[in-house]
Each structure stands twice: as C-alpha cells, then as structure tokens.
Design a protein around this ligand. Sequence first.
Ligand code: COA
Length: 191
Amino acid sequence: MRRRSIINTIRTADTRKLMIRQCKVNVRDETSADRAAVFDLNATAFSDDAEARLVDALRESADEYISMVAVDNQEIVGHIMFTPVTLETFEGLRLMGLAPMAVSPSLQRAGIGSELVTAGLKRCRSQGVGAVAVLGHPQYYPRFGFMPSSQWGIKSEYDVPEDVFMMLELSTGYLQDYKGKIRYNTAFARL
Ligand SMILES: CC(C)(COP(=O)(O)OP(=O)(O)OC[C@H]1O[C@@H](n2cnc3c(N)ncnc32)[C@H](O)[C@@H]1OP(=O)(O)O)[C@@H](O)C(=O)NCCC(=O)NCCS
C-alpha cells in the first residue's frame, strides 16, 4: 500500500514536470501594468523583497534597461532584467549586467529561465550591446556561453569567488583589449 502511494507520488511529480515542460510561455517586454506582478514574483522567488525593490530602483535610476517577462496563461511566471554596467576607465563600451532574474518557484527547472535568458540576450544583441556580465550560478550560465570573467582579466567590483562572475561576448573579441573592474548601477549597493 505504502509502495503504491510512493509510486503514485512519483507519477504525479513526473506528470507535473512533463506538463510544465510542455507549457509554452510567451516572453515579452514588461509593461507598466506588469510592475506589481513583477514585484510579487521577485519577492516570492527570492523569499524577501530586496530584489523586488531593486527592480523598482533600477527602473528609476538606470539610463536604459531591458525588462522582460514570461507569461503563462496571462500570469507572469518569470522576469529578467538587464541594466548598463561599466568597465572602469573604458568609456564607450556597450555592456549590460543580467540581474535580477526570477521564475515562479512552482515552475522552476522547467526551462522558463532559459527562455528568458535566451530572449534577453537576443534583445541585448539587437540593441548593439557588445558583452553581458552576470553574477550567478556557475553551473547555470555557461550553458548560454558565459565564461568566468577572469579569462579576460576582468573582475567584479564585489569580492566574489572567481567562477561566479561571468561574461559573454555578444560580438566576438569585444572584450579582448580590455581589463579591469565591472561596476553596476549604484542601486545594487543597497541590496
Ligand atoms: C535561477 C532561476 C531564475 C532559474 O530559472 P529556471 O526556470 O528554474 O531555469 P531553467 O529551468 O531554465 O534551468 C534550470 C537550471 O537552473 C539551475 N539552477 C536553478 N536553481 C539553481 C540553484 N539554486 N543553484 C544552482 N543551479 C540552479 C540548474 O542548473 C537547473 O538545471 P537542471 O534542472 O538541469 O538541474 C530560478 O531557479 C529562480 O528564480 N531562482 C530563485 C531566484 C534566483 O536565484 N535568481 C538568480 C539570481 S539573479
């Protein structure tokens, strides 16, 4: 009896995973009408509202930003943001930082985050961004081509392990002549 209920539980979990994998989300630009839902999503995914407040602050203070949402059946289930970063002493480079990103906890590990990253990088490329920085899981971002920034002699302004700060060239060789520290919007310092 107990064995059967365990098998049923596994079947239910597998079915749910399959259903999630089959649910095709629509990734689009965030609109002002989405802001409250994006706040709630970030607060839920990160377990407190620091990143949600960061998103609000970035909209106010960044010169430009890319903010995209994943929508499933009219519900916002994912969010990704890119804001300009600078490589100190080198002006004129077109660089963006990917942060934050969040997916609704019940739908994580079903590919929604990957769809957001892929769509966001495509948008960065179309806007002439040469490279993107990210501070995040070293098992996750390399699948999109991100590599430790140390390979270009580039560091984060934050004191973090080498493998968690990564960069991706959207234009081949964009970073090859540059070294230094990447600086984020000052709103990140208040996180
Ligand atoms: C990180 C996050 C956005 C990924 O979204 P997602 O829809 O689950 O991502 P995908 O389904 O495309 O990819 C899943 C992969 O993410 C990676 N991943 C997710 N959460 C992870 C974690 N906490 N630690 C390490 N890797 C993680 C795994 O490699 C996983 O691959 P697997 O399923 O093969 O094991 C999501 O897990 C999330 O919202 N987490 C909480 C908020 C957060 O940490 N945001 C990122 C920092 S800005």
